[in-house]
Structures are given as structure tokens and as C-alpha cells.
Ligand binder design. Structure first.
Ligand SMILES: Nc1ncnc2c1ncn2[C@@H]1O[C@H](COP(=O)(O)OP(=O)(O)OP(=O)(O)O)[C@@H](O)[C@H]1O
Ligand SMILES: O=P(O)(O)OC[C@H]1O[C@H](OP(=O)(O)OP(=O)(O)O)[C@H](O)[C@@H]1O
Length: 306
């Protein structure tokens, strides 16, 4: 077997589901935090890109975020976490199944141009000009739309690939515009650029190969992640209210499925327990108070299952 060799320092992963995780960069900390929250225990040795999970038949494979969609699509790994932008750019959306949007790594892929260049007010004004980006496929698709051309290979806009520091391209005179990710906008503004078009809104996604070898395990991971996402998004709100006001209270805070209602020892009163979205909590508490709810308590949810 030419080229084949056995590396005895690599763990045997043949019976394990391979789970790809970004090895560094913007998604790394959030992914590792999520793994811990869903009860995945592992010990990653320094400079090792494979770590065996000690309490589940899973091996974590630490890979560049930009390559994960392709590895999952080709079946080199079974499941993975990466950005929607990467899935679309690597044109793997038909070969991977999206299990779950994860709510972190949220940003926009935007067309940007120097603020000082008043000749360019919209992306249409960049048609036929020079664009620099790490997202050549998505950029060509967007300019094909703007140019009214069916085939992105036929566009007249010149799209050139760079692997990083995209924002420097206009200042260096290499481009009339760039297409890159924007979250806070700090990097864009520091480079004297502003956004004139949004190509894609992205966030991180849990994906699996369409012919996954471990569908039950992948479903378990999905279910656990859903529980953690729900726990992060909701709190448990408990209050007492007169039974006569219960219907109004349930309209204010209907919960995910329905509130749990328990009779109180005090005649005509009930205790209610309901999941409430954190972002709406203060308004809901005010509204419940206004219709006579008392002893309104808010409890943190550590984990959940639907
Ligand atoms: N500013 C940002 N805010 C939120 N999410 C981001 C941001 N930048 C990138 N991402 C998301 O994280 C993914 C990986 O981006 P990142 O810049 O970490 O790439 P990387 O090249 O793997 O890491 P590095 O830049 O350290 O080499 C992106 O494809 C995108 O989905
Ligand atoms: O709008 P902001 O909050 O400033 O974020 C945008 C920046 O984040 C990403 O780069 P990152 O910092 O991850 O480094 P990279 O250029 O090495 O990928 C992206 O490529 C932008 O440069």
C-alpha cells in the first residue's frame, strides 16, 4: 500500500462519530462552551487535532472553520459546526443537512466601499469594477444578480480572492470595493469603509452528512443542543394570581407550550409557572403585575428538553 502508514500516536476512531469543531478563530470559544454544556467530556492534548470524548462514542476533530462544510459534505466527518457563510461559499448546502442554527457567530457578509468615494452609492455602482474578497463564489453570485447574468462565471466585475486582511485592499489601491463579514462594524470603519449591500446574513450551524453513519447519536447531539439553546433563551417565571385573571395572564405569557397552573391553599388563587423569553421578560413582568399578579419570581433554567 504505497503511501499508507500507521501512526501509533493517533487514537483509533473507527467506531466513533467524527464531530468537526473549528480549531481556532471566532467560533472556537462558543463551540467549546457548547460542547461542555451538552455534557461532552474530552481532553485535547497540545497540538493534537483529534480528541476522544470520554463519555460518548465520539471523536472531536479540530479543523479550520472554512473547511468543515466540505469535510461534512464529503463524509470525511459525520457532523460539524461552521458558519452558514462557509456552507454557501463552499457550495455544499445540497450535500449537508442543517440540524440546527446555533445563534452565535452572527454577522453579515457585506459589500463595502471607501466612505470617501462618493461616486459609489450602491453595489450596482461597483459593477465592472474590482472587488477583493475571501468569498469569491458568493460575491460572483451577487454580482451576477446585479448584472442580470445567469452564469456567475460570465460577470464583467473582477472578483479577486485574498485569504485575509480583506479590508486593506481598497486602501492599498487593489480594489474599488470588498466583500467581507461585518459584525460590530469596527473593522470596516477603522479601514474607512462603509457597507452598501448585504449578500448574506449568517450564523453558526450544526450540520451533518446526508448519509450520516450515526443518525441516532447525531439526533441526541441535536436534542441536547436544543435544550441548551432553550435554556439560554428562556427563564422560568413563577407568580400567584386570582383565578379570575388567569386567562389574561396566560395571554400575556403563554409559555412555550402552556403554563403550569397549580391551586394555592388560598381560595380563588393559583400559582403559575411559565417559560418566558429573556428579551421580553421585563415587559411581561410589568404586564402581569398590572393585572394583579403577586410574588413574581424569575428562575434561571440550566438545561431543558422539549
Ligand atoms: N466578526 C464576526 N462576528 C461573528 N462571527 C464571525 C465574525 N467573523 C467571522 N465569523 C464567523 O466565524 C467564521 C470563521 O471566521 P474566522 O475569522 O474565525 O475564520 P478563521 O479564518 O477560521 O479564523 P482566523 O481568522 O483566526 O484564521 C466565519 O465564517 C463566520 O461564520
Ligand atoms: O465587524 P467586526 O466586529 O469588526 O468584525 C468583522 C471582522 O471579523 C472577521 O475577522 P476576524 O477578526 O475574525 O479576523 P480575520 O480577518 O483574521 O478572519 C471579519 O473578517 C472582519 O474582519
Amino acid at each position: 500500500m504505497a503511501g499508507a502508514y500507521i501512526n501509533t500516536s493517533l487514537p483509533d476512531v473507527s467506531d466513533r462519530m467524527l464531530f468537526a469543531v473549528p480549531k481556532k478563530g471566532r467560533l472556537y470559544d462558543q463551540c467549546v462552551g457548547l460542547l461542555s454544556d451538552i455534557g461532552i467530556e474530552f481532553n485535547r492534548k497540545p497540538r493534537h487535532d483529534i480528541a476522544l470524548v470520554s463519555n460518548m462514542p465520539i471523536a472531536l476533530v479540530f479543523l479550520p472553520a472554512a473547511d468543515i462544510a466540505t469535510y461534512v459534505a464529503k463524509g470525511n466527518v459525520d457532523v460539524g459546526v461552521t458558519g452558514l457563510d462557509i456552507i454557501r461559499e463552499s457550495q455544499t448546502e445540497h450535500d449537508v443537512a442543517e440540524l440546527l442554527r446555533l445563534g452565535f457567530g452572527r454577522c453579515k457578509l457585506q459589500v463595502q466601499t471607501p466612505q470617501a468615494n462618493t461616486q459609489v452609492a450602491s453595489a450596482q455602482d461597483l459593477v465592472g469594477k474590482r472587488i477583493v474578497t475571501s468569498f469569491i463564489n458568493l460575491t460572483r453570485q451577487r454580482f451576477a444578480e446585479l448584472e442580470g447574468v445567469a452564469d456567475p462565471a460570465q460577470i464583467k466585475t473582477q472578483v479577486r480572492f485574498v485569504s485575509g486582511s480583506v479590508e486593506a485592499a481598497c486602501g492599498l489601491g487593489l480594489a474599488d470595493g470588498i466583500v467581507d463579514l461585518v459584525e460590530s462594524g469596527d473593522t470596516m470603519r477603522a479601514a474607512g469603509l462603509h457597507a452598501i449591500d448585504t449578500v448574506l446574513e449568517t450564523e453558526s450551524v450544526l450540520i451533518t452528512n446526508k448519509h450520516a453513519r450515526f443518525p441516532r447519536l447525531a439526533a441526541t447531539i441535536k436534542q441536547r443542543v436544543e435544550g441548551i439553546l432553550a435554556a439560554r433563551r428562556y427563564v422560568l417565571c413563577q407568580y400567584n394570581i386570582r383565578r379570575s385573571a388567569l386567562e389574561s395572564a396566560c395571554r400575556i405569557a403563554p409559555g412555550r407550550q402552556a403554563p403550569t397552573v397549580t391551586p394555592l391553599e388560598q381560595d380563588g388563587w393559583v400559582a403559575v409557572s411559565v417559560m418566558v423569553e429573556k428579551r421580553a421578560l421585563a415587559d411581561k413582568m410589568d404586564a402581569l403585575r398590572d393585572i394583579g399578579a403577586t410574588d413574581i419570581l424569575v428562575l434561571q433554567i440550566v438545561n431543558a428538553r422539549a
